[in-house]
Design a protein around this ligand. Structure first.
Ligand SMILES: Nc1ncnc2c1ncn2[C@@H]1O[C@H](COP(=O)(O)OP(=O)(O)OP(=O)(O)O)[C@@H](O)[C@H]1O
Length: 406
């Protein structure tokens, strides 16, 4: 664990960049420092690896004061990734990644093997190994930056706005990759961003800082969204925090019906068989038409379809039952021209549809839930303090946010 204990940083000109900050950063998780420009995020991060000396307080790593450790050894135990990757322009990609292993005395062959292995791990084609940084896209360079920080397998990774300089699509890819790598390697990651959506997506814990380097709130993201500590945090979270909070609840409890689902090759009799109960049910004059494998194709007007009309209306997008969040289910219903969300299984086959009212009921159940646990705690078998028991609670099990629509 990294403990930042009542730490203050005053620069020589008198600026207080960080003011009596205390944070317990748990092992094997992602802790995000977020806040407006100038609130002391970078200063805090750099005090952890002693690129900046703190003025008061102390920082410990597994109980030992970082000032008692040789600074080079400390820094090598902490991978460091910055915006624009900070690669050495005159070294190849492989040599960039192998920098720290070489400094640690690995032989050339060993370091190269490690570099190639890491390129694969961060989603880079090893064929790029001989290129130079300028021959890579911004997103690829950031991946190299992550690979370089991982090269000596440090237990801690410090990441300072590593994905800020790339476009939103690439950025989402890099975020997903980081979560995947973290799930595999379980590093202790301290991640700085000014983007609250990024903080909520990546963080197991999120520290919101305010100007003057003061801690405004330190909590799991779901708790931030549920109970911001004051108007500053509330304002920083933005207006749609209710919808974003739904990312933390699985849609597994949303009641589905398969009544209005018909295959594209259904006979007139089969259509009638389906259409009548579907119309009874509701109140929906629509049928969801699937291909012969059961994958959704679009909505059809039930009566017109029964009369031989083959026109289909696009269904928007589906959500994966059992995996996606309530936010994804709601989004699916909101985008659906019929107001019915289409649920599919892992192979993309339609398993049912859910009306907006049904999803609204699941959302009400989610709102009744207590603040949500760390994803790592959710995975624990005894589920200490986690939601369990009633059907309503089962409908509201916390999940890692999927960032739907983010
Ligand atoms: N070397 C320095 N000397 C004096 N003041 C400094 C120095 N470095 C940073 N500061 C000030 O300390 C405060 C915190 O800076 P810091 O870079 O830690 O903020 P930040 O939250 O990372 O900001 P940003 O999101 O803009 O990168 C700011 O007011 C900044 O101007």
């Amino acid at each position: 664990m990294i403990l930042i204990d009542a730490v203050t940083k005053r620069y020589p000109d008198g600026t207080t960049a960080v003011d009596r900050l205390t944070l317990e950063i748990p092992d094997g998780s992602i802790t995000v420092l977020v806040g407006p420009s100038g609130c002391g995020k970078t200063t805090t991060l750099r005090m952890i690896n002693r690129m900046i000396d703190l003025t008061e307080g102390r920082i410990t790593l597994d109980g030992a004061d970082i000032r008692d450790q040789p600074v080079n050894a400390l820094r090598r135990s902490m991978g460091y990734v910055i915006q624009n990757a900070g690669l050495f322009p005159h070294r190849t990609i492989a040599d960039n990644i192998a920098t720290v292993p070489r400094l640690l005395g690995w032989d050339r062959r060993q370091a190269k093997t490690r570099a190639l292995e890491l390129m694969e791990r961060v989603g880079l084609d090893p064929a790029l190994a001989k290129r130079y940084p300028y021959q890579l896209s911004g997103g690829q360079q950031q991946r190299v930056g992550v690979a370089r920080a991982l090269a000596a397998d440090p237990p801690v990774m410090l990441m300072d706005e590593p994905f800020s300089a790339v476009d939103p699509v690439v950025r989402k890819g890099l975020q997903d990759e980081l979560l995947r790598i973290q799930a595999e390697l379980g590093k202790t990651i301290v991640f700085v961003t000014h983007d609250i959506d990024e903080a909520i997506k990546l963080g197991d814990m999120v520290a919101v800082l305010r100007e003057g380097g003061k801690l405004a709130q330190y909590a799991p993201p779901s708790e931030l969204l549920t109970a911001p500590s004051d108007p500053f945090v509330e304002d920083f979270l933005g207006t749609d925090r209710g919808v974003r909070r739904l990312s933390f609840f699985t849609a597994a409890g949303v009641e589905l019906t398969s009544l209005p689902i018909v295959a594209v090759d259904s006979t007139a009799e089969q259509l009638t068989e389906r259409t009548l109960p579907a119309l009874d049910l509701g109140k929906t004059p629509y049928l969801l038409v699937t291909d012969t494998e059961g994958r959704p194709l679009g909505w059809a007007d039930a009566k017109l379809r029964a009369a031989g009309d083959t026109a289909l209306t696009p269904y928007g997008h589906s959500f994966t039952a059992g995996r996606d969040s309530l936010r994804a289910a709601l989004d699916s219903a909101v985008l659906s021209p019929t107001g019915w969300a289409v649920a599919v299984d892992e192979s993309g086959r339609a398993v049912g549809v859910a009306a907006q009212e049904t999803i609204a009921a699941a959302i009400r159940d989610a709102h009744a839930e207590r603040p949500v646990l760390l994803p790592s705690q959710v995975a624990e078998p005894d589920g200490d303090g986690g939601p369990a028991g009633t059907a309503a609670e089962d409908a509201a099990v916390p999940v890692r946010p999927d960032g739907a629509g983010a």
